[in-house]
Ligand binder design. Structure first.
Ligand code: MBD
Ligand code: FE
Length: 284
């Protein structure tokens, strides 16, 4: 992992790390997509593109810009970023259509499995003087009828106060602000961390070039990423946001849902803020 991280937080370095991380996952190899399905999906995608070209009379100059941009996306390793920012939210919407429990949202490109396991009350791995407002994030994991799920696993990862993720930007300890918290016998957890900063997707690569060319902005609201799981239950991949964040209404990745916005209050007997959020898991 570390060998591909260069000195600077560049689009190409985080793109390469995200590509390597994706390749290491099982999910990429498991889909069994038959010929008929590939035919249908790819044909319809191409037909939609043909219609756009005709409707807008796309020129050869524009076609060449597209070709050079697509080549750059590959060279930058930004396919994971591009797909997770602009397509994943609809895949997640379809995947969670019939779920009763807590809302999920997109995973994004920066999850790493097998983070250090931590007890039900734990401080996430962080630097000695980690910048940012201290945050106590606590809650309970239950099933859909409210029965506590003892020993549920709450995996959490988030950016630091500068908007950087460990293992995708240089100079951060390997597991900074990442952990796998094991809930207690009542499904409760108490995670001590810091509030992440709003996150700007890399602006110096192909995705940044697209954003600038289209006159968009590159921001995601500050967010905590989570995967919550328990034996016999469906894993939830989600994110939680913060009320008042100027980007909750215009996330570049379209991944905010009203149920996912936290409103922390002042911490009791401690610095910073605290908030309670409970997770409800569907049966597998
Ligand atoms: C992120 O941190 C993120 O969560 C998504 C979805 C895309 C890019 C960076
Ligand atoms: Fe993120």
């Amino acid at each position: 992992m570390t060998d591909i991280i260069t000195e600077q937080a560049t689009a190409a370095a985080s793109g390469a790390a995200a590509t390597e991380q994706f390749r290491a996952k099982q999910r990429a190899e498991t889909a069994d997509v038959d010929t008929k399905r590939v035919d249908t999906l790819v044909s319809e995608l191409l037909t939609a593109a043909h219609d756009i070209i005709r409707r807008h009379k796309v020129t050869y100059a524009e076609y060449d810009v597209l070709k050079s941009w697509l080549i750059q996306v590959g060279e930058d390793g930004e396919w994971p970023l591009f797909l997770d920012v602009w397509l994943e939210h609809v895949v997640e919407e379809v995947a969670s259509e019939n779920r009763e429990g807590s809302k999920g949202t997109i995973e994004g490109p920066y999850y790493i499995s097998d983070a250090p396991q931590l007890p039900a009350e734990a401080k996430l791995p962080m630097r000695e003087n980690e910048e940012g407002t201290p945050l106590l994030f606590r809650g309970q994991v239950t099933n859909v009828v409210g029965t506590p799920l003892a020993g549920a696993l709450v995996e959490i990862w988030h950016a630091d106060n500068d908007g950087y993720y460990s293992q995708f930007a240089p100079g951060l300890p390997e597991w900074n602000l990442r952990g796998a918290v094991v809930a207690d016998d009542q499904g409760n957890f108490r995670i001590h961390t810091i509030e992440p900063a709003p996150y700007q997707i890399p602006t110096d690569g192909s995705c940044g070039r697209l954003i600038a060319a289209a006159g968009w902005h590159a921001w995601r609201p500050a967010h905590l990423h989570l995967k919550v799981s328990a034996p016999g239950h469906q894993l939830i991949t989600t994110q939680l946001y913060f009320k008042g964040d100027e980007h909750v209404g215009d996330d570049i990745a379209s991944a905010v849902k009203p149920e996912l916005i936290l409103d922390p209050g002042p911490a009791v007997n401690a610095d910073g803020r605290e908030v309670t959020y409970d997770f409800v898991l569907d049966k597998a």
